[in-house]
Design a protein around this ligand. Structure first.
Ligand SMILES: [Zn+2]
Length: 123
């Protein structure tokens, strides 16, 4: 995968990236920083925390070096990831919000799908 590096996207300062900027590792670090740059602050924290959760020991410090985020911020993201979705501060809708279930939307005035099809075909 090749990609033009845009301004504003962090360049990873790790040894692999400095010594072999075309290596697979450097490419991976560039991709991480490219994705991180596309998120807002909360998204960055959660994404990098997710990456850290998928790696082993030392992942927080390693991702902090790659992304420039503070290890404490990544740890906070890990704590956020452990919260159940309904308690998450990142939940978009309030409980009970959003569109009503389809069954509740139908009223007696509108025919069901089967009745509507039957009417179209004169049955
Ligand atoms: Zn790197």
């Amino acid at each position: 995968m090749s990609r033009t590096v845009h301004r504003g996207i962090r360049q990873c300062p790790c040894q692999d990236c400095r010594e072999s900027p075309k290596s697979a590792t450097a490419e991976q670090h560039q991709t991480i920083n490219w994705v991180v740059a596309s998120f807002d602050e909360k998204g960055r924290r959660l994404f990098v925390a997710y990456l850290a959760s998928q790696s082993g020991r030392g992942a927080i410090e390693h991702l902090a070096q790659i992304t420039g985020m503070s290890p404490n911020t990544i740890r906070r993201g890990l704590a956020d990831l452990k919260q159940p979705l309904e308690d998450s501060p990142y939940r978009v809708r309030q409980p009970g919000g959003g569109r009503k279930p389809v069954e509740k939307k139908r009223s007696g005035r509108h025919p069901g799908f089967g009745e509507s099809v039957a009417r179209c075909y004169g049955r």
